[in-house]
Design a protein around this ligand. Structure first.
Ligand code: GTP
Length: 174
């Protein structure tokens, strides 16, 4: 049976940013393909993946952009942020420094992205929380409150909370 062509009502561009190795690429492939790749390479440049979801009876194509967190690729910023309706600022709950850099990433967003862009703070690798947590949840909640961000802890590896976080962001944009 042939599949009917999708009639997309909206396209929402969302950018995923954060330090290198926090798991940006894995979060994307978990959300768009429900996959986790154990031997992923560091992202070079920019790429995007899409997933179409239904929100309040409308077909919304989420176009999720992934960039390299490494400083030497940071030159892409302006074009990367252009037209973004939402952003995920990702840190690794086992790497304090990746959380300490969140303020810089948010600042970057406030400079380059639209003022109305919805921002969500995302603590990834929650599957490692029991033995390797370096960022208490309360610290992140506090930062999210002062910077007025949405917040979620997720695991791209287990898939825990990943859909929830993306759906929350997309619903907020809608
Ligand atoms: P850059 O492309 O360099 O900016 O990195 P990135 O943020 O895209 O990180 P990437 O998705 O490549 O993941 C980095 C490493 O963390 C990889 O070894 C992943 O397997 C691992 N990783 C990603 N997400 C998780 C997670 O939820 N849990 C665990 N335990 N490991 C993860």
């Amino acid at each position: 049976k042939p599949t009917l062509p999708e009639k997309i009502d909206y396209v929402f561009k969302v950018v995923v940013i954060g330090d290198s190795a926090v798991g940006k690429t894995q979060l994307l492939s978990r959300f768009t393909q429900n996959e986790f790749c154990f031997n992923s390479k560091s992202t070079i440049g920019v790429e995007f993946q899409t997933r179409t979801i239904t929100l309040q009876g409308k077909l919304v194509k989420a176009q999720i952009w992934d960039t390299a967190g490494q400083e030497r690729y940071r030159a892409v910023t302006s074009a990367y942020y252009r037209g973004a309706l939402g952003a995920m600022v990702v840190y690794d709950i086992t790497k304090r420094v990746s959380f300490d850099h969140v303020a810089r990433w948010v600042e970057d967003l406030r400079v380059h992205a639209d003022d109305s862009a919805v921002i969500m703070l995302v603590g990834n690798k929650a599957d490692l929380a029991a033995n390797n947590r370096a960022v208490p949840t309360e610290d992140a909640v506090e930062l999210a409150e002062t910077q007025r961000l949405f917040f979620a802890e997720v695991s791209a590896l287990s898939g825990g909370n990943v859909d929830d976080a993306f759906f929350r962001l997309l619903e907020e944009i809608f």
